[in-house]
Design a protein around this ligand. Structure first.
Ligand SMILES: CCC1=C(C)/C(=C/C2=NC(=C\c3[nH]c(/C=C4\NC(=O)[C@H](C)[C@H]4CC)c(C)c3CCC(=O)O)/C(CCC(=O)O)=C2C)NC1=O
Length: 169
C-alpha cells in the first residue's frame, strides 16, 4: 500500500534523483489538498451508513430490474451483498482519498473483481453507476460542510469505475 509521498519517493529513489521541480509541485499539491482530503474522510466516516443507503435507493430507483426476480440483487442475501459491496467502495475510497493515491484500490479492491462479477452474473454497468452515485453523494455532503473544492474525492471513484469497466478478463 502506498500514499502519494511514498510513491513519489520510490519513483525518485529508483533512478537516484533528488526531488526536482516536478516532484516539489506534486508534493505541494498533496499538502495543499490535505485539509479537504481529511474533511472528506471525516464526512464519510460520520455518514457512511446513510450514504450507502441513499446510494442504493437511488440505484434501485433508476434500475428497478436489479431487485426484481431474475435481477442480480434480488433475494435478501444478494441485496445485502450489493449494499456490502457499496460499503466496500466507500470505505476504500476514503483510504485512497487520504493517501492521495489509488494504489490501495488496486491492491485491496480491484484485483480479480471483474472476474468475480462476471462469474456471478453481477452486471458491470449498474455497479459503475452505483459507484458514481456514491461519489456524487460524498461530494454533496463535503460541499455542505463548506469545502469549496471537492475535486479530491473524484480520483478514487473514477479509478474504480474505469478499472471495473475496462479491464479485460
Ligand atoms: C474489499 C474488496 C471486495 C469487494 C469489492 C468484493 C466484492 C464481491 N461481491 C460479491 C458478490 C456480489 N456483489 C453483488 C453486487 C451487486 N449486484 C447488483 O445487481 C448491483 C449492481 C451490485 C451492488 C451495487 C451481489 C448481488 C453479489 C452476490 C452475487 C451472488 O452471490 O449471486 C463477491 C462474491 C463473494 C460474496 O458474495 O461475498 C465479491 C468478492 N469482495 C471484497 O472482498
Amino acid at each position: 500500500m502506498r500514499d502519494a509521498v511514498t510513491n513519489l519517493i520510490k519513483t525518485y529513489d529508483i533512478t537516484g534523483r533528488y526531488l526536482d521541480r516536478n516532484a516539489i509541485d506534486r508534493l505541494k499539491s498533496y499538502f495543499d489538498t490535505g485539509a479537504a482530503r481529511i474533511a472528506a474522510a471525516g464526512v464519510i466516516n460520520a455518514n457512511a451508513a446513510a450514504i450507502v443507503k441513499a446510494a442504493s435507493l437511488k440505484l434501485f430507483d433508476e434500475l428497478p430490474e436489479l431487485i426484481r426476480p431474475g435481477g442480480n440483487a434480488y433475494t435478501t442475501r444478494r441485496y445485502a451483498a450489493c449494499l456490502r459491496d457499496m460499503d466496500y467502495y466507500l470505505r476504500y475510497a476514503s483510504y485512497a482519498i487520504v493517501a492521495g493515491d489509488t494504489n490501495v484500490l488496486d491492491e485491496r479492491v480491484l484485483q480479480g473483481l471483474r472476474e468475480t462479477y462476471n462469474s456471478l452474473g453481477t452486471p458491470i454497468a449498474p455497479t459503475v453507476r452505483g459507484i458514481q452515485i456514491i461519489k456524487d453523494l460524498v461530494k454533496d455532503r463535503l460541499a455542505a460542510t463548506g469545502v469549496t473544492d471537492t475535486s479530491c474525492v473524484d480520483a478514487p471513484f473514477d479509478h474504480m469505475t474505469r478499472e471495473i469497466s475496462e479491464r479485460d478478463i
